[in-house]
Design a protein around this ligand. Structure first.
Ligand SMILES: *[C@@H]1O[C@H](CO)[C@@H](O)[C@H](O)[C@H]1NC(C)=O
Ligand SMILES: *[C@@H]1O[C@H](CO)[C@@H](O)[C@H](O)[C@H]1NC(C)=O
Ligand SMILES: *[C@@H]1O[C@H](CO)[C@@H](O)[C@H](O)[C@H]1NC(C)=O
Ligand SMILES: *[C@@H]1O[C@H](CO)[C@@H](O)[C@H](O)[C@H]1NC(C)=O
Ligand SMILES: *[C@@H]1O[C@H](CO)[C@@H](O)[C@H](O)[C@H]1NC(C)=O
Ligand SMILES: *[C@@H]1O[C@H](CO)[C@@H](O)[C@H](O)[C@H]1NC(C)=O
Ligand SMILES: *[C@@H]1O[C@H](CO)[C@@H](O)[C@H](O)[C@H]1NC(C)=O
Ligand SMILES: *[C@@H]1O[C@H](CO)[C@@H](O)[C@H](O)[C@H]1NC(C)=O
Ligand SMILES: *[C@@H]1O[C@H](CO)[C@@H](O)[C@H](O)[C@H]1NC(C)=O
Ligand SMILES: *[C@@H]1O[C@H](CO)[C@@H](O)[C@H](O)[C@H]1NC(C)=O
Ligand SMILES: *[C@@H]1O[C@H](CO)[C@@H](O)[C@H](O)[C@H]1NC(C)=O
Ligand SMILES: *[C@@H]1O[C@H](CO)[C@@H](O)[C@H](O)[C@H]1NC(C)=O
Length: 671
């Protein structure tokens, strides 16, 4: 007896002894369609367990897990415990299912034939719970495994790829390994994704006589392919001992998977019994709501919120576009194209930031005036928005405006263009940074007083502006609304006539408010009041009142005046003139800093212009000549005042207080 056989004999006896205590008889064939009642037939360790519905779980998907499940009866694998006698044929089939929720799964599982259980000292991860780094490749392991590896081979093992099936003999570097696949009868090579989460059936058949190992896999329910995935000639006799244990091993590393076996049959006496596939339990699957990992949830949330955001942004842009289209849409009538200087509504809308309240410069009887900046040119403009204009009047009005747009004079406010939209009429003027004259004269909080020189210059400017309207342009234009609030000051404090053409609009539109009132209270000449017909003479009358305003710093009608005499400015100036104390009306803010001659000229010119009889008034040409000193106003000029005039003004005054309406209107008249 050689040394070898005595060791074998000892081993044999110890096995017998051991089996007498805790192991049942040697198995030749078994079948598990699910493992519900198999707990006592299996020897499990590590993470292995049988789930409540009978699935054999080798590992869960925690990191660094190892699980083993062996059939707890030994299996006779060698007829004679000698490497010279051939290993017995065996056949096994099982359904495995690898499920990962963590993206990349790992590491894999293996069908194992081992000499002894439990497997001690094995490592997780790439060692699949089969071996460790010290005994890997040691011939005395007596370990045979078919690995289902789902992780790329590491540097240590030269297995080439993840998702492969390999044959391991004592060594995790497979003697043969191929990508997981199956061959159809048409010899098509179909990849099987081990990490696909679906059950996969595997068949392992060893022909002990022919010494050929066949490994076959196929997706669940696909009949066993005729051509094996691996058909490898190998003599297993040196690997096997007489009695071996068969089972499964699996391990996770940093990548993790749930490794399951759903059913299993084994035989050493023929083909493994067929599994009843319909009876196999299904592995537990996490609920959809928690089936994604935290990273997955975060990703899903991010993606869905991104999609929502993009969608909302899209909605926002579309609604903004539609809103803009609605707001900026224009229903142009054909005639509107006939007149020049038409602005698109869009341009004015943008220039005024959508007619924002903060851009309002002021508001009067006709509507609001907005500051605006034209995008095209960057030019600052004032845009007067007149609401509720009847379209009938508007057309003729715009015709007149268009010709008005051709007016050029340094003492009138340039009309740049117009725009009509629905009931709104928009007039675009040069922007006058210093606003209107009345704010300088009457607003105490304005902070700056005009010096006499400035006031005198402004009066001259306005006179030249009116002269241009009355006599120098191609047609006679009656301003009709000469008053301090319509006189604007440009950046250099030049006086300019503003606010044109609006009375005409109301005349055409038959606005009831203008049928009686034809100007602004305090500026209305007696004949205008009586007849309603504006002339250049009524403009001159109003200019006379303006002269008083500028000289005295008082409004034409001052309800809060210290005495009843001073309520109507013209009456007061006339009274002072009669009493030969004309200079008592001078604005006290001028503090005596004024040219007495010019002051007297202005006041007397005011008296001259505001005479009751229109024919007695000077023309604007004469006014400019007096102001320029080209004509001398004689000291003893007789002013024609009538009692009627004063009476009329008082009745106007009553009208004003009862109606509370400040009516301004302007009229263009051909001569
Ligand atoms: C499992 O064990 C029980 C009792 O030990 C036995 O009756 C049964 O046949 C075994 N099943 C298999 C498939 O071996
Ligand atoms: C996985 O199995 C191990 C060992 O049984 C256990 O400690 C761990 O909690 C399990 N993990 C999960 C997620 O169930
Ligand atoms: C995988 O997911 C399970 C829970 O589903 C978790 O316990 C485990 O730590 C995860 N593993 C990795 C590597 O993220
Ligand atoms: C088994 O081995 C023993 C000793 O090595 C030998 O005597 C016997 O003939 C063998 N049996 C068979 C069936 O090969
Ligand atoms: C494992 O097998 C590989 C390939 O056959 C071989 O190169 C390596 O040396 C083996 N490992 C040991 C420890 O024998
Ligand atoms: C193989 O394992 C045996 C028993 O565990 C040990 O005695 C022997 O030294 C090992 N051989 C190698 C090469 O590590
Ligand atoms: C495995 O390696 C291949 C290339 O060799 C690579 O394309 C693949 O992404 C790797 N897979 C994993 C899970 O790392
Ligand atoms: C099956 O296809 C894969 C690549 O798709 C290839 O690597 C493998 O060798 C093929 N197997 C056979 C048996 O042709
Ligand atoms: C292994 O596969 C080959 C065909 O590739 C077949 O001829 C042989 O019978 C098979 N052996 C077993 C044991 O299934
Ligand atoms: C197993 O199934 C195959 C094909 O479905 C059939 O040919 C074979 O006879 C079956 N074996 C048994 C033992 O029922
Ligand atoms: C997932 O569903 C279970 C029951 O269906 C519930 O208890 C749990 O709160 C859900 N988790 C989340 C994150 O919705
Ligand atoms: C416009 O006229 C309508 C009735 O014709 C009136 O209700 C509305 O208040 C007017 N709007 C303005 C801004 O005058």
């Amino acid at each position: 007896m050689n040394n070898n056989s005595s060791v074998s004999l000892m081993y044999y006896y110890s096995l017998l002894f051991f089996s007498n205590i805790c192991l049942s008889a040697v198995a030749t064939e078994f079948l598990f369609n699910g493992f519900r009642d198999a707990a006592k037939n299996l020897s499990m360790d590590g993470a292995a367990l049988i789930t409540s519905n009978g699935v054999l779980q080798i590992t869960n998907d925690s990191t660094r897990q190892i699980g083993h499940a062996f059939f707890n009866s030994r299996v006779l694998m060698l007829k004679n415990d000698s490497i010279s006698s051939p290993a017995l044929s065996f056949s096994t089939t099982f359904v495995l299912d690898i499920i990962t929720y963590n993206g990349t799964g790992g590491h894999g599982m293996a069908f194992v034939i081992a000499l002894s259980i439990p497997l001690h000292g094995v490592q997780d991860g790439q060692y699949l719970g089969l071996l460790n780094e010290n005994n890997n490749g040691n011939f005395s392991n007596h370990l045979f495994a078919i690995e289902f590896d789902t992780v790329n081979a590491t540097r240590r093992f030269v297995d080439f790829k993840e998702n492969h099936v390999g044959v391991d003999i004592n060594n995790l570097t497979s003697v043969v390994a191929v990508p997981a696949a199956y061959h159809t009868d048409e010899h098509k090579n179909v990849t099987v994704n081990l990490l696909g989460g679906e059950p996969i059936q595997a068949w392992i058949d060893y022909d002990g006589a022919a010494k050929v190992l066949n490994v076959t896999i196929a997706p669940f329910m696909v009949p066993k392919p005729h051509q094996p995935l691996i058909s490898w000639p190998i003599n297993l006799s040196p690997i096997f001992k007489e009695y071996m244990y068969v089972g499964f091993s699996a391990a996770t590393g940093r990548p993790t998977s749930n490794h399951y076996v759903l059913g299993w049959s084994f035989s050493t006496v023929g083909l493994a019994p067929n599994l009843t596939l319909s009876e196999l339990p299904l592995p537990p699957r996490k609920k959809v709501n928690s089936s994604t990992s935290r990273i997955g949830i975060v990703k899903a949330v991010l993606v869905s919120s991104l999609i929502t955001l993009v969608f909302l942004l899209f909605l926002f842009l579309v609604s903004k576009y539609l809103r803009n289209r609605r707001i900026l849409s224009e229903n142009l009538e054909d005639w509107e194209f006939d007149y020049p200087n038409r602005f698109p509504y869009k341009e004015l809308y943008r220039a005024t930031k959508g007619f924002k309240e903060t851009e309002v410069l002021g508001s009067g009887g006709f509507g609001k005036v907005y500051r605006g900046i034209l995008r095209r040119t960057g030019k600052q403009v004032a845009i007067k928005k007149i609401s509720n204009s009847s379209s009938q009047g508007v057309r003729e009005f715009i015709a007149e405006l268009s010709s008005l747009g051709q007016m050029r004079h340094r003492n009138i406010v340039q009309l740049l263009g117009w725009c009509k939209r629905n009931e709104d009429l928009l007039l675009v003027y040069d922007y006058m940074p210093n606003g209107s004259l009345d704010t300088f004269l009457f607003d105490d909080d304005r902070g700056t007083d005009l010096s006499w020189n400035q006031r005198f210059k402004i009066l001259k400017d306005i006179a030249f502006g009116l002269l241009y309207l009355h006599e120098e342009w191609e047609q006679v234009v009656v301003h009709r609304d000469v008053k301090s609030s319509n006189m604007l000051l440009d950046a250099e404090l030049n006086g300019r006539l503003g606010d044109f053409g609006l009375a005409r609009l109301h005349e055409h539109g038959k606005d009831p408010r203008t049928t009686r009132a034809v100007g602004t209270m305090g500026y209305i000449s007696p004949e205008l009041y009586n007849t309603g017909k504006a002339t250049t003479g009524s403009d001159v009358f109003a200019y006379g009142i303006l002269l008083f305003e500028v000289a005295s710093g008082r409004r034409p009608i001052e309800h809060t005046a210290p005495s009843i005499l001073q309520v109507v400015l013209i009456d007061w100036v006339r009274e002072c003139h009669t009493m030969n104390k004309l200079l008592t009306v001078v604005d006290p803010r001028l503090n005596e800093y004024y040219d007495k001659k010019e002051m007297e000229l202005v006041l007397k010119l005011g008296l001259l212009c505001s005479q009751s009889i229109p024919e007695a008034r000077p023309t604007m040409r004469q006014v400019t000549q007096y102001l320029n000193g080209n004509d001398i106003l004689s000291d003893d000029v007789a002013f024609v005042f009538s009692e009627v005039n004063s009476h009329d003004l008082n009745s106007q005054l009553r009208y004003t207080s009862s109606s509370k309406a400040t009516i301004s209107s302007t009229l263009w008249e051909g001569r």
